[in-house]
Write a protein that binds this ligand. Structure first.
Ligand code: FES
Ligand SMILES: [Fe+2]
Length: 444
């Protein structure tokens, strides 16, 4: 296989037209745009709030701070999960100040009002001092939509939004083979960043930056065009299939020795890499075969339900507007940016990694943050980007460009993006956003 060039490849079944709206800088920098998003975008989408693993017993709760909003998700007596705005109906104090916990009574820190897990007020000071009578049993926390998929809990502020599984289409079906239900969130890290949330969304909507920002991936992921397949769905989500366990065809890795780390991966699956000298591209098929034969015996029970493609490739699912799920056979990465409460030039970046529970395994090797114990939140922290705290080595590389891109976008000299074909998903993302925030075209 020689060096390949060519045009980007879009799935004929899942392609969408774009209009060519100019992607101007104001959407990354202006307070007005940010207000438009707070008003018209965020209240209508499903937000990933946490994982069901933290909600086992009645009264277990998790909190998700999103921009100016805060939501708590609480396990109920009947096993369901309900979500409430994290605000006290007495005089608006934020109720829960920690990330997670368990309590039979959610108690407000101001005047001590207490709520049961179903959000009903059950205890107040001076119950006879209310003109309407004792409010217990009558006053409730304000509830939001809350639904689950696999190991994940989602919430939505819009009572009229489509159900979660419909919003997630086509991913519940396309990801079913991985068996995500019982995967364990081992990494849960986040960072305050100095750029607009859309900067990293754009980054996840293209693979054009791989050779420049992530050059070390070249020996393991074939990001060559037209090898990579892009899919764009009508509902605004999109996906990218990248051929894995194969070096890129952008450069000539295919006529000599099998490059690292592919050689080690081959050896780990009982394949002698020297047999693939000069035909590195064929190794992928050999690894599929070896995984089929050896995987279940090594504890990878989910391999039996996975397609050949899922056994070796990378499936990047980008959900409109701000959630990315990157699947590889043994890792599910959640990558997300969320807006700052007030500053359009800031955001919060979140990175979770989930791993399948492999029988007998106590450790997961080779995560983006090194070898870690295979247990819930083995590595969890919040940091400020730039303080030298890693959020995963590939993510660090992506974030490294965010601040300088934000600075460049502030320039009067920037007049709008100039995109390649393979960046069409960025174009579509911004056109969808224009329609939501600015209204149907013509805009302005
Ligand atoms: S604001 Fe919560 S009890 Fe007063
Ligand atoms: Fe990247």
């Amino acid at each position: 296989m020689n060096v390949q060039t060519g045009a980007a490849r879009y799935s004929p079944d899942f392609d969408q037209p774009v209009r060519g709206d100019t992607i101007t800088a104001d959407r990354y920098t202006s307070a007005e745009w940010m207000e438009g998003e707070y008003d018209k975008l965020w209240p209508h989408i499903w937000h990933l709030g946490g994982v069901t693993a933290e909600l086992e017993e009645e009264g277990d709760f998790i909190r998700h701070n999103f921009g100016r909003e805060s939501v708590i998700m609480v396990k109920q007596e009947d096993g369901s999960i309900r979500a409430f705005y994290n605000t006290c109906p007495h005089r608006g104090n934020r109720l829960v100040l920690g990330d997670a916990g368990s309590t039979p009574r959610i108690t407000c820190g101001y005047h001590g009002w207490q709520f049961d897990p179903a959000g009903t007020l059950v205890n107040v000071q001076d119950p006879d001092d209310f003109p309407e009578g004792n409010p217990c049993g009558k006053v409730k926390l304000t509830e939001l939509r809350c639904e689950t998929w696999g190991p994940f809990v989602f919430w939505n502020m819009d009572p009229h939004a489509a159900p979660l599984l419909e919003w997630l289409k086509p991913f519940p079906e396309r990801l079913a083979g991985y068996g995500l239900e019982n995967w364990v969130r081992v990494i849960n890290v986040s960072a305050d960043c100095e750029f607009n949330w859309k900067i990293i969304r754009d980054n996840f909507n293209e693979s054009y930056h791989l050779p420049t920002i992530h050059p070390e991936l070249a020996t393991f992921i074939n990001d060559g065009l037209p090898t990579t397949l892009f899919e764009m769905y009508e509902n605004g989500h999109n996906a990218m299939w990248m051929v894995g366990h194969q070096a890129t065809t952008r450069q000539d890795f295919h006529t000599g020795e099998v490059p690292a780390p592919l050689d080690d991966v081959a050896s780990a699956w009982g394949i002698d890499p020297s047999e693939y000298k000069g035909r590195t591209g064929d190794l992928r098929e050999a690894i599929i075969k070896a995984k089929r034969e050896l995987g279940p015996g090594r504890g990878y029970k989910n391999y039996d339900d996975m397609t050949d493609q899922q056994l070796v490739d990378y499936f990047h699912c980008t959900l409109f507007p701000n959630l990315t799920i990157t699947m590889s056979p043994e890792q599910c990465q959640i990558l997300r940016t969320e807006p700052h409460p007030t500053d359009p030039a800031k955001c919060v970046f979140q990175h979770w990694c989930l791993y399948p529970p492999v029988e007998g395994a106590k450790e997961v090797k080779g995560t983006p943050m090194g070898d870690l114990p295979l247990r819930h939140d083995a590595l969890a922290h919040h940091s400020v980007y730039g303080d030298g705290v890693s959020v995963g080595y590939v993510a660090d590389q992506d974030l490294s460009i965010g601040t300088s891109q934000q600075l460049g976008l502030n320039s009067r000299g920037f007049t709008g993006c100039f995109l390649t074909r393979q960046e069409k998903r960025i174009q579509r993302f911004h056109e969808l956003l224009n329609d939501v925030v600015l209204g149907p075209p013509p805009h302005g």
